[in-house]
Design a protein around this ligand. Structure first.
Ligand SMILES: [Zn+2]
Length: 352
């Protein structure tokens, strides 16, 4: 996972790469954030960057623009991209199923990798349970996992510089297991990194929290609370808009801008947020094989538009939308904001 594929988290990505570049990597870190924040994806991107043999630095230092990333092509990155690096270990909640009576993470490794790939490293705990067939059982990270963690950290690293242990949903570590890894959290071996990924710090033992460096992952602007009717209206307006931008028909564009600017500011903001989500969804569909989750009510558009959004224009689009949302929040003149945004999108779509 590269940071550039984690849309909307450029600010935290920049501080993470700075930590590594300045050599201030803490051996035990707690990535705290909601599921939608992409905290697990960020933890993986962070470990990949740490081990990358050819870190990339970009020269655009504007706020909100990614400044550094792993290369994605060195031997270490290639293994990280496949999640197959032998010094990358995942631990996560498991429970017994028919074929596994003594559940532990090591017995579910390939399922977990498939799960990560299927959900673009953003799946929820519930989706994991469904994916692996745990049904209504409560998963846990157990003593056997703790023993494994201690063992894998005591081994010499195979290939990478750093041995990395990522514990996903760390609030599910039971007390016995937590106590077993306290020493590793406190006095880790050199060149090891333990990342706990959790959603709720209050469910973690204070002895664990006190031994980790906290990295708060902000949530990504998303999840609109709008009615299906409004969503339908937004969808058709979005389709009309994108078609105009592709052809850049000025006359119908200015009519469209007049119409959208007639909405109140809150609705304008909601529409922009909806549209940004739609753009991100198209990107994930086109580039990460995600199934379609938004319906724009137009089969031709549903099928053809995602290919317009690629890694060559997604960052630019993301930024243009966020600037427009910011402007609307700050009471900028709507017609100008929508017109400027339209030109930025139109330019970006040509750069696909
Ligand atoms: Zn690399």
């Amino acid at each position: 996972m590269q940071f550039k594929d984690i849309i909307g988290q450029e600010v935290i990505a920049n501080s993470l790469t700075e930590i590594i570049d300045s050599g201030r990597v803490s051996h035990a870190q707690l990535f705290l954030g909601g599921t939608s924040s992409g905290s697990l994806a960020l933890a993986i991107a962070y470990a990949q960057y740490l081990n990358c043999g050819n870190r990339q630095h970009f020269h655009n230092h504007e706020h909100g623009v990614l400044r550094a990333d792993s290369c994605g092509t060195c031997p270490s990155c290639l293994k990280y991209q496949q999640l197959s690096h032998s010094d990358l270990h995942f631990y996560f909640p498991t429970a017994s199923i028919q074929s596994v009576s003594k559940p532990q993470s090591s017995l579910f490794q390939s399922e977990f990798r498939d799960f990560l790939n299927s959900f673009n490293q953003r799946g929820t705990l519930e989706q994991w349970y469904d994916f692996v067939g745990l049904e209504n059982k409560q998963g846990m990270i157990r003593e056997l996992d703790a023993d494994d963690i201690v063992r894998s950290l005591s081994l010499k690293s195979y290939e990478g510089d750093y041995k990395v242990v990522i514990i996903w949903m760390a609030e599910k570590i039971n007390d016995v297991a937590a106590n077993k890894i306290l020493k590793n959290l406190e006095e880790p071996d050199p060149r090891t990194l333990i990342i706990l990924v959790a959603e709720q710090s209050e469910k973690l033992l204070s002895t664990v929290i006190s031994r980790t460096q906290l990295v708060k992952i902000p949530s990504v602007r998303s999840s609109l609370a709008i009615s299906p009717e409004v969503e339908q209206r937004f969808a058709s307006s979005y389709v009309v808009w994108m078609r105009q931008l592709f052809k850049l028909n000025m006359l119908s564009l200015s009519t469209w801008v007049d119409e959208i600017s007639a909405l109140n500011r809150e609705q304008q903001k909601q529409f922009l947020t909806y549209s940004l989500q739609a753009i991100r969804e198209c990107f994930l569909r086109n580039n990460a094989g995600m199934p379609q989750s938004m319906d724009f009510g137009d089969d031709k558009f549903n099928a053809s538009f995602p290919s317009m959004i690629t890694e060559r224009n997604i960052e630019r689009l993301d930024k243009a939308f966020n600037n427009a949302i910011f402007a609307i929040e700050r009471n900028a003149y709507s017609k100008i904001t929508f017109m400027e945004l339209s030109f930025s999108i139109s330019k970006a779509l040509k750069k696909r």
